[in-house]
Design a protein around this ligand. Sequence first.
Ligand SMILES: [Zn+2]
Length: 460
Amino acid sequence: MNSFIFGAAFITALVLSAALTRDAGADPVRIMVAGLFWTATVALVWHQWVKRSLLYFARFGAFLGTAILVFIVYKSLSREDMFIVCSPGCPPRPGTFWPFLFQWAICLGLASFVIWGTWERFAAGWEKPSLRTFTWSVFIAAWTAACGYLLVRNTSLAVLKQSGKSFIILVGSIVGVIGGLFLIVYLLTLPSRRRAKRETEEFERLDAETKRAVVNQIDTLARRGNWQLVYQRSENADQFANGVARIGGQPLLPTGVEWPKSQDGKPGLFLLQIPLTAQRLGESWRDRLLSIFLVDYALWIVSQHRDDLALSIERAPPGEEYTQKLVRLQGIAVPFKEPAIDDEDGNTGFDTKSLLELNPALKERITALFSRPKVLLARLLNYRSNTSEVSTEDAILVGGNPSLIQGEHDAKCPTCNEPMRFLLQFCDVTEEEIMGDSGVAYVYGCDRHPDQCFGFVDFY
Ligand SMILES: [Zn+2]
């Protein structure tokens, strides 16, 4: 303890102890209150100069507290007006028994602390009963009996009514406030939840064939121009080297690559494996496959050429480590529209409006299928498909522009120190959403050293 704080605390405790002792007279309650302050004074001295556990003194303080409460109850044993409030100038009126019940509970806690000291000893005392267990049980029974006797003796019908009234007021106001808040939130979100439910039903009514046809149309149209890639769940994915694009399960790793480990030696979590086939990424990347792990809340990335796949094997994490459920992914080409230079909204070149504007045929088809065309696109293209906007923050997007939720990343190649190119970003694909609050990961790589990749995880 800081010596200044100690000095101030010590002097305060000492002065209060002395003053309370002087005023105590013959009143046992006042004597014990003074004793409480003396305990604090001695505890401070003990802590500063003797340096032994303060638990001993805390228990002595609790003992005095228990004694005060027991004494008050002992003195009241013959009373019948404990719950009658007499304020000066007013006629006596019925009060409530709640403070008395509170006093009963406090004393139970204090006495248990005096007798047991710690939770561990309390728990152990029940496995192997001892004198301590017996003492505690007798005290609890006697104290509860005494308080029960006083409660019955002092509770008149008027007191009961008053206690009931204040209970209803207290509980009623708590329930009222909480219930009111819930009701406001419920009413405010009702329209959007109803709409989301309607749209989910509408989406489920569309058969798989129709959905696939729309996705294929988007993909075919996009590949005629400048395109990027979104990855979406798929049952029959046919990427290069059949179905390497995946979330969870076992990654394909070159035989020489060790499974990443955290600082404390725990195996990292395999997140996803993504081929970078997007047209915009250029020669160095189009034939590359990234395997991305989460290790100590940072990304750990293996970049390999598709030719190395023949030498790669599906790898399970070492030991009995938890793996994410396998979800196969399908890449869908979507058009990239160069954002205007003076675009203040940070347009990333991927939005449903431009997707529909660029493809009148697609717009016509989707409008005929779904009440809100943008919502259908969002559900078809976002990885997290419960949103109504196509958002790069809910998608796995390869070869676009980064849609940043925090500041810009300064990614430099560790080999040549040149700025790295943005490769992909992905939303939280973990089952337990462990990438922070609405986390988004960004991956960068060096064109000249494509085995060098670096990633960032940002969240709100
Ligand atoms: Zn480099």
